[in-house]
Unconditional design. Structure first.
Length: 393
């Protein structure tokens, strides 16, 4: 970890939203820094004045910075980055492009996100592939030894959610990547909840494909996301257009070789610019400093939540991140969320619909999800817990 620290006053001054509400829904959508909002609005205003194509051309170099900025953040090459409209579509573009067939096996975890698991089931139904779930270890995270023991000649993909949507669990992505590399198996990592709150180095993780969103911990606009595609992955996208491929003759086409073959021609250029600016803001702060503060704030929150009568924490894992989940034995989670919202406190709740395997295995009710970011303050944690204790009294 670096010795750099977060200047709380500065980042809060850069974040207009903190002046009117307590925002603990960063794993849903974080509050944008003003510089990001200004960039997006500025581009849209430019479109209205000179035209959409012309605005893109004028801001071309600024928009293109998204590739270099993401490459710095992930420790990869800019040619390995594709801009996609959201994390689900980025993940879909990767998964559905893989040539799974009858008898092929996908290995995943108990904490896999619903959208991903539905895609597994669809491919099983259509192509005859099979999905197998790796058991958890004593910490509630994916058991790497069990993973290794389940690999055979039929195993074609390891697809894991790095941070579960229903809690602070951080799956051992690096150890999983080491196993995938050892056996030469494609490794797809859903980093939707981890990019932006912790250090993500795709070289260390050994992942072949990684998907993420802009709206969560990166503090970028909604409708932005990206896909990392290691340059050794040569799969052809499940669909192409004139951006992803070149029409070379009446009967031939040529797919571009970089990761942008997973993009399409029409894009949200204002959002793309906003994502570039958001990542630049994060790089200036330093991802190690961000991770240190987020994890420390989350620990403080969990410690205080555990002291409230009738509150049960739902987080598992040897390593826990900035997402905190809990439930009350007195009030349903949706009611808690609504009562907090009435006091200008933003949270959300998580149900079996998002992580069915884990929620049913642990017999969990709907849980409140409170997710912190580096711009949150210790005073906000005190206020949040005082208000929660009042509601649950």
């Amino acid at each position: 970890m670096t010795d750099r620290t977060i200047d709380l006053n500065k980042v809060r001054n850069d974040t207009p939203g903190v002046s009117n509400r307590l925002h603990f829904n960063n794993a849903g959508a974080a509050l944008q820094p003003k510089v990001v909002t200004d960039a997006v609005i500025g581009h849209i205003e430019l479109e209205s004045k000179i035209g959409g194509y012309e605005a893109e051309e004028q801001n071309h170099d600024k928009i293109e910075m998204v590739y270099g900025n993401l490459a710095k953040l992930l420790n990869c090459q800019s040619s390995e980055i594709a801009f996609v409209e959201n994390a689900t579509r980025a993940w879909d573009m990767a998964f559905y492009s893989l040539p799974l067939k009858q008898g092929d096996v996908v290995l995943t975890g108990f904490n896999e996100y619903a959208s991903n698991y539905i895609a597994f089931l669809q491919q099983c139904r259509k192509n005859g592939a099979e999905v197998k779930v790796v058991p958890n270890d004593e910490y509630g995270q994916l058991d790497v030894k069990a993973l290794k023991g389940m690999i055979d000649d039929r195993t074609k993909l390891i697809a894991i959610t790095h941070v579960a949507t229903n809690g602070g669990l951080v799956n051992p992505a690096k150890a999983i990547g080491d196993v995938a590399a050892e056996y030469g198996i494609t490794y797809l990592l859903d980093a939707c909840q981890s990019v932006g709150q912790m250090s993500i180095d795709v070289q260390e993780l050994n992942c072949d494909l990684l998907s993420a969103t802009g709206r969560k911990y990166l503090r970028a606009p909604r409708g932005t996301g990206f896909l990392y595609v290691r340059n050794t992955v040569k799969v052809e996208p499940v669909f192409l257009d004139l951006h992803a491929a070149q029409w070379t003759s009446n009967t031939e086409y040529k797919v571009r070789e970089d990761a942008r073959r997973f993009e399409n021609w029409e894009q949200n250029f204002a959002g793309k610019l906003g994502l570039a600016v958001a990542i630049e803001y994060l790089l200036d702060l330093g991802i190690d400093a961000v991770q240190q503060r987020v994890f420390e704030l989350a620990k403080q929150l969990r410690d205080k939540l555990s002291a409230i009568d009738g509150i049960t924490l739902g987080d598992v894992g040897e390593v826990k991140c900035g997402i905190c989940t809990f439930y009350s034995n007195k009030i349903p989670a949706p009611d808690i969320v609504n009562q907090l919202a009435a006091e200008n406190i933003n949270t959300t709740y998580t149900t079996v619909a998002g992580t069915r395997l884990d929620m049913t295995a642990r017999n969990l009710p709907p849980m409140v999800r409170a997710s912190v970011h580096y711009y949150n303050s210790e005073a906000e944690i005190e206020t949040f817990c005082d208000e929660l204790a009042r509601i649950c009294r």
